[in-house]
Design a protein around this ligand. Structure first.
Ligand code: SF4
Length: 113
């Protein structure tokens, strides 16, 4: 078992930064000081093993192929909605806001649910 101190939870946007993670192998088994949402998020995270880097139209694709497809979709959109951002860093959110402005689209987070 390994312990990681001061981990940051990026699930809801509060970015609690005092989480103590306990791991067994490649799995997080305990998230001390995380709330119920954060605990579920941390402990149900897969390590990505066995998963493709991306899917395009339901088929396995490389990350570059997925980015190219996303560019095509966004470039063709009239008023794209950039949605989600609950599992992303501040830097990613900042870039997403810039992208939404450039595309003349809209942005929303999962909290609107
Ligand atoms: S989900 Fe919970 S632990 Fe994670 S950032 Fe939000 S309040 Fe903090």
């Amino acid at each position: 078992m390994a312990i990681v101190s001061d981990a940051v939870c990026t699930f809801c946007g509060c970015t609690c930064d005092d989480i103590e993670l306990h791991t067994e192998g490649d799995r997080i088994v305990k998230a001390k000081r995380a709330c119920r949402l954060g605990t579920t998020w941390f402990t149900s995270h897969g390590a990505g093993a066995g998963q493709p880097a991306a899917l395009v139209d339901g088929r396995e694709a490389t990350l570059d192929e997925a980015v190219e497809r996303a560019v095509d979709i966004l470039a063709a959109a009239d008023y794209p909605l950039l949605y989600g951002l609950s599992n992303t860093t501040c830097e990613t959110q900042r870039l997403t806001v810039l992208l939404a402005e450039r595309l003349r689209g809209a942005i929303d987070s999962h909290s609107s649910l």
